[in-house]
Design a protein around this ligand. Structure first.
Ligand code: MTE
Ligand code: MO
Length: 230
């Protein structure tokens, strides 16, 4: 069947990417959850409960540039381009037909609140990368939101298995104010690295600063290193 073929291809490409970035991934100070399909350890497994300077919140604050773009599912597109073998533009149905990943992870905002044990569902960035296949010289991605937001992430962080383009949280569609219909999450980096209302992922051959990175926030953003500013 054609769809099985597609899935086989994604799985094969996923394994290749994992092998290619395994060493770099292991060198970063976060705990990769290699079983994110709802069965793996939560992402703080083996670590203290909270990174330094963070406080747990039960509420989920809204933090953004103040403009919440309303993108109907019929108009929604996700472009993945730049230094890749097969650039693509996905429509909503294409996106939802990709393998779906569930994961429980923590959300650390640089303004010191952390929301624990969030239950997400979406498409892993690893699977999206497997579709487009980053070229050998690709080192970073730039993520673009429909609100004009940008943020940059190193590939070895972006391809960790708990990085999702999430459309569902706690079993419900992601609310507009939190970046619905689809946002990125980066559980092992501060939350500003996850673009709400994501519309484009550009693979880059060198690092470039995004919106907050240009304004003094860290390029790397490791909560477990208290790595907030640069
Ligand atoms: N598109 C977009 N994504 C964004 C932002 C933004 O302003 N625009 N803010 C970032 C910041 S600073 C944080 S802390 C989180 C907040 O997500 P939340 O509003 O769902 O809590 O989204 C991040 N992603
Ligand atoms: Mo933030």
């Amino acid at each position: 069947m054609e769809s099985n073929n597609k899935l086989d291809k994604i799985i094969e490409a996923r394994m290749k990417l994992k092998a290619r970035f395994e060493k770099q991934m292991g060198e970063t100070p976060s705990v990769a959850d290699d079983k994110p399909m709802g069965t793996g350890a939560i992402n703080r497994h083996g670590m203290p409960q909270l990174p330094k300077g963070q406080t747990i919140t039960a509420k989920w604050p809204v933090l953004d540039l103040g403009y919440h773009p309303e993108i109907g599912l019929d108009r929604w597109r996700l472009t993945i381009d730049g230094a890749v073998e097969n650039p693509i533009v996905l429509k909503w149905a294409d996106f939802m037909a990709l393998p779906q990943t569930k994961d429980t992870s923590d959300f650390h905002c640089v303004t010191t609140w952390s929301k624990m044990d969030m239950e997400w569902k979406g498409v892993s960035l690893l699977d999206l990368a497997a579709l487009v296949m980053p070229k050998e010289e690709a080192t970073h991605i730039m993520c673009y939101g429909y609100d004009t937001y940008t943020t940059n992430v190193a590939i070895e962080e972006a391809l960790k298995p708990d990085v999702l383009l999430a459309h569902t949280v706690y079993g419900e569609p992601l609310a507009l104010e939190h970046g619905g219909p689809v946002r990125m999450i980066t559980p092992q980096l501060y939350a500003w690295k996850g673009s709400k209302w994501i519309k484009r992922i550009e693979f880059m051959t060198q690092n470039k600063r995004g919106f907050w990175e240009e304004r003094g926030y860290s390029n790397t953003a490791y909560p477990w290193r208290n790595d907030r500013y640069s």
